[in-house]
Design a protein around this ligand. Structure first.
Ligand SMILES: Cc1cc2nc3c(=O)[nH]c(=O)nc-3n(C[C@H](O)[C@H](O)[C@H](O)COP(=O)(O)OP(=O)(O)OC[C@H]3O[C@@H](n4cnc5c(N)ncnc54)[C@H](O)[C@@H]3O)c2cc1C
Length: 459
């Protein structure tokens, strides 16, 4: 297994990364990526002596207990751990893909074993550029709007296109590419799944990050450690050897992978949301105390709403795990509970931020910096006026406000606001799954019975 230092070395592999319009020759030297790399390296160091010889993020859950352990591991690790959802999606899809071509299943097994043995981190690359949203891949004005196979050779395939919004792309070893949705007949070239190393020729990662830039890190207590880089991946005629091709043309299986990724990705997401929600509750309580208003009825009411949100999200996670279905390699959290919880967390997140910011007040945006407090002439005055109650110093109160701004009203806060809505395919995708899995027939029946109606036939 890799140590943090060996992880850093492994990133110096000639990968092509562009950040803010400049080529980054060595990602470990880019200050904008330093916090995120430190975060991943710290996970490596903490898990280097795992008894099984592989990071537990790659353990394929076979029981509800395993699912619970997976969640605990994800929450204990950096942002790349949840991306192992891509590997679990491959494992869950192994049987159906093997039915199409036994070599797909064998290659999946080999790839998963390599991820474990080499202690790799992977990115999940599913979202295409997509062009005109109302047109299918084969009818787009630009045929590469969805990533596709442009050449088939005896030893592999050549792919072209773009995958967007790919979390942690500049920091991982392997990019797992999956088709974004169900492809139809005539769209065989778009039904493609594979894995390539991050430094593979023809692949360029255009990176963005929520890391604080050239500012005092004390003012960014969350994002200085937990910044999230994302990437736009340009595949400019990338060759993929057969050993790494998991699907290449069988349109009927394109949604198998997208579906499996959706479940695993949304499970990680709701577990993260439950923890974030607890953090919002804690911050709301702290900031209320720092302002001396924690007993005011409307403040207590807003904190109660935050508690209800946090508890409902946690209950949804519990329900999804307890109602897991399938067996062996294909045990999955319950899809209805997972998707409904994901959608619920997304729908109400912004109102919860509103509660927190309303409790906190304008200092969320206008708090002086820690450097201002260091100033010999005005530091004491600032500390004096920042103090609101005898039980908390002005400096501690300032730290709370910077945390609220960093998490809810600055670059990382903006990332969370958009990611909460769009990640895992957006609320529309979760509502579709909810409709598909909800027992509508039973609901109709009981409604009809309740009002004494002969069950009307469906149109
Ligand atoms: C911070 C962040 C991290 C992400 N990480 C990853 C990642 O690691 N890997 C990955 O693959 N993806 C990732 N995503 C992508 C995420 O899954 C997508 O944002 C999501 O699938 C929506 O795609 P889009 O952004 O292109 O928006 P669009 O698909 O353009 O959606 C925008 C709106 O248009 C609606 N819409 C779109 N098409 C139609 C249609 N045909 N009919 C009706 N309405 C339509 C949608 O419902 C939505 O309301 C990430 C996104 C974010 C914001």
């Amino acid at each position: 297994m890799l140590t943090g230092e060996r992880y850093r070395e492994s990133l110096r592999d000639g990968r092509v990364v562009i950040l803010d319009g400049r080529r980054v020759d060595d990602v470990t030297k880019a200050p904008e990526l330093a916090g995120a790399i430190d975060w991943v390296a710290d996970t490596y160091d903490r898990y280097v002596s795992t008894p099984s010889g592989a990071h537990p993020m790659y353990d394929i859950p076979a029981s509800v207990g395993d699912l619970r352990r997976r969640i605990e591991v994800l929450l204990d690790c950096d942002m790349t751990a949840s991306l192992s959802a891509a590997v679990l999606a491959l494992a869950s899809s192994r049987s159906p893909l093997s039915a199409a071509d036994t070599r797909y299943g064998e290659r999946i097994d080999v790839f998963i074993e390599e991820c474990r043995r080499n202690d790799w981190r992977v990115a999940e690359a599913i979202t295409d550029a997509k062009g005109d949203r109302m047109l299918p891949p084969s009818k787009q004005h630009d045929p590469d709007a969805y990533l596709r196979v442009v050449e088939r050779r005896p030893e592999g395939i050549v792919v072209r296109g773009c995958k967007m919004h790919i979390t942690a792309a500049p920091l991982v070893h392997e990019i797992v590419v999956l088709p974004t949705k169900q492809m139809k007949r005539g769209e065989e070239d778009y039904a493609v799944a594979f894995a390539v190393p991050a430094n593979t020729p023809g692949l360029t990662t255009v990176a963005v990050t929520t890391a604080p830039r050239q500012r005092d890190e004390r003012d960014f207590p969350v994002s200085r450690h937990h910044a999230v880089p994302d990437g736009t991946l340009l595949f400019d005629d990338v060759f993929v050897p057969n050993e790494r091709v998991f699907l290449a043309g069988e349109v009927e299986h394109s949604s198998t992978l997208a579906h499996a990724l959706g479940t695993w990705e949304r499970t990680s997401s709701i577990a993260g949301s439950a923890r974030e929600a607890d953090l919002l509750v804690g911050l709301a309580q702290l900031v209320a105390e720092s302002n001396g208003i924690e007993r005011v009825p409307h403040i207590r009411d807003k904190i109660a709403e935050l508690i209800i949100y946090a508890t409902m999200v946690r209950a949804g996670v519990e329900a999804a795990l307890n109602a897991a279905y399938g067996e062996g390699d294909d045990l999955r959290p319950d899809e209805l509970f997972t998707n409904v919880t994901k959608c619920f967390a997304s729908m109400h997140y912004h109102s919860m931020l509103r509660n927190l910011q309303d409790i906190a007040g304008g200092l969320v945006l206008t708090a002086p910096s820690h450097a201002d407090l260091d100033d010999e002439e005005i530091g004491d005055q600032l500390r004096r006026y920042l103090q609101a109650s005898p039980s908390m110093s002005g400096t501690d109160r300032l730290r709370i406000f910077h945390a609220v701004r960093d998490l809810t009203a600055d670059a990382l806060g903006g990332w969370h606001m958009v990611a909460k809505i769009m990640s895992g395919g957006g609320m529309y995708a979760q509502k579709m799954v909810a409709r598909n899995h909800f027992d509508m027939a039973a609901a109709r029946r009981s409604a009809a019975q309740a009002i004494g109606l002969d069950l009307p036939t469906r149109p």
